[in-house]
Design a protein around this ligand. Sequence first.
Ligand SMILES: [Ca+2]
Ligand SMILES: [Ca+2]
Length: 89
Amino acid sequence: MKVVVQNQGTAAAAAPFTARAFFSSDPSLDPGDTLLKTWNIGALAPAATAVVKTRNTLPPAAGYILVVVDQDGVIDETDETNNQTGRSL
Ligand SMILES: [Ca+2]
Ligand SMILES: [Ca+2]
């Protein structure tokens, strides 16, 4: 799994913040979804990207990988609505 996090804002994101990947049976993130991986990401300048990777054994089921950035809300952002994405397996 490879995740690319881009700072789409005009201000630097102060470090550190997290990106988390979950396995979910549906496309929405819920408390029961399985945390697969947490990455800690350093400061990110405007337009800069961070690429993080992991090798995971995926659950033997159909579902979704959901990735959420700054789930703990440590970064003040101009857009808090673009921090989650997902892909079906
Ligand atoms: Ca879910
Ligand atoms: Ca954001």
